[in-house]
Design a protein around this ligand. Structure first.
Ligand SMILES: Nc1ncnc2c1ncn2[C@@H]1O[C@H](COP(=O)(O)OP(=O)(O)OP(=O)(O)O)[C@@H](O)[C@H]1O
Length: 796
């Protein structure tokens, strides 16, 4: 949420970057105006006027042109004159555009010193959240503000607070002079964030003659105490240390005018509730309270309402919009097993970081340490690292000393670091808020970025994040050699071209020797040189399923249905040595129910294939055991694994035709209104009692099934439907194994048709899931079960 100086850019930033940035920022500012009808009509009027002016200028130019064509003597001077007139009109236009921008800084009650600083930082117009909240805050109202990440929420409170203190309502009662107590208290969840927001107060407040100080844990008390005792206008800090200072009598809140809860939800989630409550004891009526975040879950709104006046205003720029995460970010997911993560990340960086900074998020501190040790030039940042080191690391990352930061959630919130192009999340975070904030470390202030989330298809749950964040993830597989060559080859070629010609004579004879002795053509040698220049000297094959190096994905197909991974394993066991079967990883069933995909080591592929080929040719007893089974290498893979829908597999025994069955299910489902739940028949068996239906659930999987008056939450077994282009196969990966219930089970029915308009929980499915639990083979027999409580099965 906080911001850093735009002028304080790193060495990696050049003037063209800053031009681009300015352009993008303007875009963000203007986006808000496009939706405001009043603004639209004002803009139309202005546009008309502008066009009129332009036409006049052009007409004038044309006239002048005609004149010049008839008078050769005047030709040159007239053209120059034309040019200057055109340039003048253009200049005027530009000025007008600036002035007509409804969010132009000049249109707000922002005093000259602040305008100066804003201008220096390239800020000519306010961002929507700033423009929408400015007057309310300056007029003294409590406010809850929400906007997507990177949209400038920090300045949304910094600017009006400073104006209020110096020129507005808070001016009259504000104390000045030595030892004055603070007028503003800003609470933030992390030390890094506190420092960042403090920097803004220091710069903008400094320009207004106001003093700020920053207090956070892990740093020495003394300097903080000195600063507080000297007297400050603004105190920025983390709740724990602020509480300590209050208790020690270093902070006197008696004359407080403003308090800000920045990243409020995170602070409350982190268990700071008590600290925050203690700090905010002051009567809500005597102080103005502001609360900002990109995410505001309902529980936060409830808790926080006791810190704000009932008259508070809420400006929520995300609101009910489906997409909660940054719209400037390309959101990607990539299947990857945990062990493959260190191998895949360097390639992802090569392909998607565009030479800029990357932040990698891990769930645990140890993983951050481990990964930063494995990735060249990377550093770790987490809560266990000493504060002084954390500061060194962060400033090194900001200044471009190293370009890869491996962090835990301490870096998820608010950090605003220039030129972060890529975010990698090693696994899906536990909650959607974490996803939104982590991915929001890129694509800030109108710039674009990429967020790649790795997930183990058999363990991770990305559908929850997808559903709750509203992000439609792009599915890709690990970058291939061609992708990397494409991403970095051009850059490498440029660096080679840029090498001074003066080196040619020195290296020419070595090059000739190489050409004569290597047995390779000049192009082949150059290709190698390019590969070396990009640091990509070996091409390793990667599994389609898990991105593991030197693994190959095989597809096992069977005429019989394969309901469980253990069944697929049992098929392999019948015909392959135990040690080979043991080395199989990632067993995943295909959505057609007749296949399974899994990874084997590259060197084992032939063994697997040979066994199945023999099986195919020999008519032996073994064939009966593994009837209709074959195996093949999944060679060509689709680059993008498209999730078409999240599918809930469900077997029901029901009466009547397929159509009737669907109608029944649709009728019996009570789906929350904002959900888009569709039924789709994937496959019906001939046996009516054992219908297999898939529900394509394009919305909230926590939908409910209802029969009669009863409602019950249901849990699901969710799968991803992944398409392989060449095979047309539907792959699915188990997400979370869970079972749902359908209520209103028809009494007295063991098998056969249902008598009433009811759908009952399928028993075959229940036994299938139980067998998963015990690791046994699927038992297709159906035993009646009217178990009404959902039960969850651990993923394999
Ligand atoms: N009006 C503006 N014009 C141009 N740049 C701006 C403007 N306001 C803020 N910025 C820049 O936008 C960037 C993001 O701002 P900020 O950190 O306040 O975002 P945020 O909404 O608080 O994000 P997050 O939710 O991730 O904390 C900063 O670099 C800041 O300097």
């Amino acid at each position: 949420m906080p911001s850093i100086s735009l002028t304080n850019t790193s060495s990696a930033t050049n003037s063209s970057d800053s031009k681009k940035e300015k352009k993008m920022k303007k875009k963000v500012a203007l986006e808000s105006q496009e939706t405001d009808p009043l603004m639209v009509s004002i803009k139309k009027e202005k546009k008309k006027e502008k066009e009129k002016k332009k036409r006049k200028a052009v007409e004038f130019d044309d006239e002048e042109q005609e004149r010049s064509e008839t008078s050769s003597e005047l030709c040159e001077p007239v053209n120059l004159k034309n040019k200057s007139k055109k340039a003048k009109v253009e200049e005027e236009e530009e000025e007008e555009v600036k002035a007509e921008d409804p969010n132009a800084v000049t249109r707000f009650r922002i005093s000259e010193p602040l305008r100066e600083v804003l201008k220096k930082r390239g800020i000519e117009a306010l961002f929507p959240i700033q423009a929408r909240t400015f007057e309310d805050i300056l007029n003294g109202g409590d406010l809850v503000g929400r906007a997507r990440t990177g949209q400038g929420k920090t300045l949304a409170f910094v600017l009006p607070i400073l104006e209020s203190l110096v020129n507005g309502p808070a001016k009259a009662s504000r104390k000045t002079g030595y030892g004055r107590p603070p007028s503003v208290l800003v609470l933030l969840p992390t030390r890094e964030l506190a420092t960042q927001v403090f920097d803004d107060f220091k710069v903008y407040g400094g320009a207004m003659g106001l003093n700020s100080c920053c207090v956070y844990g892990g740093a020495s008390y003394q300097p903080q105490e000195f600063a507080l005792k000297r007297g400050v206008d603004v105190v920025v800090g983390t709740p724990g240390r602020i509480k300590d200072h209050i208790e020690k009598g270093n902070i006197d809140l008696s004359l407080l005018k403003f308090r800000v809860l920045d990243e409020a939800d995170e602070m409350l989630r982190m268990g700071f509730v008590e600290d925050v409550e203690l700090i905010l004891v002051k009567d809500v009526n005597k102080v103005q309270t502001l609360l900002f975040s990109a995410t505001l879950p309902d529980w936060v709104k409830q808790i926080s309402s006791k810190f704000l006046k009932p008259t508070k205003k809420t400006i929520d720029l995300v609101g009910n919009e489906k997409m909660k995460a940054s719209t400037n970010v390309r959101h990607i997911v990539l299947p990857c097993s945990t062990s493959a993560i260190p191998q895949v990340i360097p390639d992802i960086i090569r392909c998607y970081a565009s030479g800029g900074r990357t932040i990698i998020f891990t769930e645990k501190r140890e993983s951050a340490n481990e990964l930063s040790g494995l990735l060249p030039g990377a550093r770790a940042l987490h809560g266990e690292i000493q504060q002084s080191q954390r500061e060194v690391t962060l400033s090194g990352f900001r200044s471009g000393k190293f370009l890869t930061l491996v962090a835990t959630n301490v870096a998820a919130r608010g950090l605003d670091i220039n030129d972060v192009q890529l975010i990698i999340q090693c696994e899906p975070p536990k909650d959607v808020e974490a996803y939104i904030h982590r991915s929001g470390r890129t694509g800030r202030a109108g710039n674009s970025g990429v967020a790649v989330m790795l997930f183990d298809p058999r363990r991770s749950n990305i559908s929850k994040i997808q559903r709750e964040s509203g992000v439609k993830f792009e599915h890709i597989t690990a970058p291939k050699a061609e992708d990397i060559a494409k991403a970095v080859g051009v850059e490498a070629a440029e660096t080679i071209i840029q090498v001074s010609d003066s080196v040619i004579p020195a290296f020419k004879s070595a090059a000739e020797d190489l050409l004569n002795t290597s047995g390779l053509s000049a192009v082949e040698l150059l290709a190698k040189a390019l590969a070396k220049a990009t640091g990509y000297t070996e091409i390793k094959s990667r599994s389609l399923l898990s991105s593991m190096e030197n693994h190959v994905t095989l597809l096992l197909e069977s005429e019989k249905s394969i309901y469980t991974p253990s069944f697929a394993f049992s098929v392999l066991r019948r015909i392959l040595p135990e040690d080979k079967v043991e080395s199989v990883t990632g067993m995943t069933l295909t959505t057609d129910g007749k296949g399974a995909v899994f990874d084997v080591k590259k060197e084992d592929v032939d063994t697997f294939l040979a066994v199945f080929i023999i099986l195919f040719f020999l008519t032996v007893a073994a064939q009966e055991n593994a009837a209709g089974v074959n195996i093949e290498v999944v060679l060509r893979r689709q680059r993008r694994w498209q999730i078409e829908e999240t599918v809930v597999a469900l077997k029901v025994a029901t009466m009547g035709t397929n159509g009737e069955c669907i109608r029944l299910l649709q009728k019996s489902m009570d789906v929350e209104s904002d959900l888009n739940l569709q039924l789709q028949v994937e496959e019906f068996s001939d046996d009516e009692e054992n219908l297999k239906i898939q529900l394509a659930c394009l919305g909230n999987l926590q939908s409910r099934f209802k029969l009669g008056d009863e409602k019950k939450k249901v849990k699901y077994r969710t799968m991803f439907t992944l398409h392989l282009e060449d095979k047309g196969l539907h792959f699915y990966a188990f997400h979370r194994l869970a079972v749902f219930n359908i209520l209103g089970v028809a009494e007295n029915r063991k098998h056969g048709r249902n008598t009433g308009n009811n759908v009952r929980q399928d028993d075959g499915r229940a036994s299938m899931f139980s067998s998963l639990k015990s690791g046994e083979e699927e038992n297709a027999s159906t035993n009646d079960s009217t178990n009404a409580e959902p039960y969850e099965i651990p993923s394999s």
